[in-house]
Write a protein that binds this ligand. Structure first.
Ligand SMILES: CC(=O)N[C@H]1[C@@H](OP(=O)(O)O)O[C@H](CO)[C@@H](O)[C@@H]1O
Ligand SMILES: [Mg+2]
Length: 537
């Protein structure tokens, strides 16, 4: 390691005084103007991680659903997964080190993680459409090259596309080519296999004025003739994630601006980096219906469960959710579908790891971020049955074989999830209303509370119980008792400087009261700052 060169270069990527950042739920995120040094340092870290794993590592520059002025960065591990937890700590140390200590911190990490410094390093980089992303990804490249790493800059990519590229590169092309065309063919071929027949579907897609618009425009001819997509909020006019996109639709429970919806028409929204998707429609009375990640997980699980019963080979199916999953979805999955459901902490890395415990693990966050993982053993079994068994069993196995290829198993992917959903709806002959009618969501509300230091709140039981500060959980328990079918929890966000409050109850009015009262308890007991929470939304 040429530490002198690092020191010299780091002066060009100076750290703002006193700025402390944490590698959070999805990497570092804050205002773009504060991130230059973090980008440079993540370039350095990616080189060390690449040397240590003897594999290609990915660096994605994006702040997903956050406002356009923000940005962020996360590292992608060799199998296309999120960075290992122990390296998140290294990332935080490196990002917060004073400039003069950078060489020592790099040596420390190399020693602790037993990095072979003679090994070659290769890093691939992708970025979203934010105005700041190009410059910031250049800072990542500066970090990679100063440590002698090789790199390939993919330029504009969705986050799941970068995860896919990393996985492909590390599996020697066994799963497809690590190119944008390779990605398109890898999911469009299995989709076409589902689409044989004369079914022609149309779908309106709100692209959040983000990268999803560019990529869908590039690939939409691959869906033809089965599906034609009409793009809205394609970035030509509006601002990224502003009054549109999956996060806006889910948290405001209303349609995005800029989309023309007719009654009962199926529409969906991507988020700013196209790793989340939610569906929705409005009925003839103009009432808005949201179909979120929980209902997506339910549709996919019921489809998979039917096929598994058909092939009858005892493969296990599990569903993984977070505390934000609507109580009705959990009840439906467990009681009606008889599928085991597990709850993990927020953040796909947690869901992903739990889902790996099953032959087939379906995981979705309520906000529409998720995918399905198939174990090696399950894939082999299914492929074998698709070749060797007969009639109905063979048909079911073939269908499973195709659906395996349609999923992006590295991470939730709005484009591939959209194709999976469209294929299932077409095969089952389901309308969006019939899908929505699987169960009725409990009214729910999410609020944000500003506090001086959100780390004063710590939680347990997959974030459903507060441990600190004292008295807060007791206060929540007392408030929850006042309402029927009620549930509430609070946790510090890993991507924003706020505390999130979630509440559910039997009516929207009661839910809103409960959410407000819990927000007030957080404000009072966890050091709220600024304006006190207000009643009314
Ligand atoms: C309630 C919620 O939607 N939280 C989101 C949000 O995390 P927070 O830690 O809650 O800020 O961003 C994450 C990254 O995109 C996503 O995985 C997660 O689900
Ligand atoms: Mg995202």
């Amino acid at each position: 390691m040429d530490l002198d060169a690092v020191t010299k270069q780091s002066v060009l990527h100076a750290k703002p005084d006193g700025l402390i950042l944490q590698y959070g739920t999805a990497g570092f995120r804050t205002k773009a103007e504060h991130l230059d040094h973090v980008m440079f340092r993540m370039g350095l870290l990616a080189v060390l991680r690449s040397k240590q794993t003897k594999s290609t590592i990915g660096v994605m520059v994006t702040a997903s659903h956050n406002p356009e002025e923000d940005n962020g960065v996360k590292l992608v591990d060799p199998l296309g997964e999120m960075l290992a937890a122990s390296w998140e700590e290294h990332a935080t140390c490196l990002a917060n080190a004073e400039e003069q200590h950078l060489p020592r911190v790099l040596v420390d990490i190399s020693e602790k993680a037993a990095v072979d410094l003679h090994q070659d390093a290769f890093v691939v980089i992708g970025r979203d459409t934010r105005p700041s992303s190009e410059r910031l990804s250049q800072s990542v490249i500066d970090g990679v090259t100063v440590l002698g790493g090789q790199f390939y800059d993919y330029g504009l990519l969705t986050t799941p596309q970068l995860h896919y590229m990393v996985f492909c590169r590390n599996s020697n092309g066994q799963y497809g080519k690590a190119t944008v065309e390779g990605y398109y063919s890898s999911i469009s071929f299995p989709f076409q296999a589902f689409c044989r027949g004369d079914d022609h579907r149309t779908l309106k897609v709100d692209c959040a004025n983000g990268i999803g618009a560019l990529k869908l425009a590039e690939m939409k001819h691959y869906f033809s003739p089965g599906l034609s997509v009409q793009l809205f909020n394609d970035g030509t006019k509006g601002k990224l994630n502003h009054l549109c996109g999956a996060d806006f639709v889910k948290s405001h429970q209303k349609p995005p601006q800029g989309i023309e919806m007719r009654a009962n028409e199926r529409c969906c929204s991507f988020d700013g980096d196209a790793d989340r998707i939610v569906y929705y429609y409005h009925d003839a009375d103009g009432q808005f219906h949201l179909i979120d990640g929980d209902k997506i997980a339910t549709l996919i699980s019921s489809f998979l469960k039917e096929l598994l019963l058909e092939i009858g080979d005892g493969l296990s199916l599990g569903v993984v959710q977070t505390a934000y999953a609507n109580g009705s979805s959990t009840r439906y999955l467990e009681e009606v579908m008889k599928v085991p459901v597990y709850c993990t902490k927020t953040g796909v890395k947690h869901l992903h790891h739990k889902a790996q415990e099953f032959d087939i693990g379906v995981y979705f966050e309520a906000n529409g971020h998720g995918t399905v993982l198939f174990s090696k053993a399950a894939e082999t079994k299914i492929k074998q049955l698709a070749k060797e068994s007969e009639d109905e069993k063979r048909k079911a196995a073939k269908m499973l074989e195709n659906i395996i290829d349609l999923f992006n198993q590295t991470i939730g992917d709005a484009i591939s999830d959209m194709l999976v959903i469209e294929a299932i709806l077409a095969l089952k002959g389901l309308t969006v209303q019939q899908w929505d009618a699987l169960y009725t969501d409990l009214p729910n509300r999410q609020l944000k509370v500003k506090v001086a230091d959100r780390q004063v709140i710590s939680t347990t039981d997959a974030e459903r119980q507060v441990v600190k500060p004292p008295g807060l959980q007791e206060a929540i328990n007392d408030l929850v008792k006042k309402y029927r079918l009620s549930r509430a929890f609070v946790r510090p966000s890993g991507t924003e400087d706020i505390v999130r409050v979630y509440a559910e109850a039997d009516s929207q009015e009661n839910t809103d009261s409960l959410a407000y009262e819990v927000s007030l308890a957080v404000f009072q007991l966890a050091g709220g700052i600024g304006e006190r929470p207000q009643r009314g939304f």
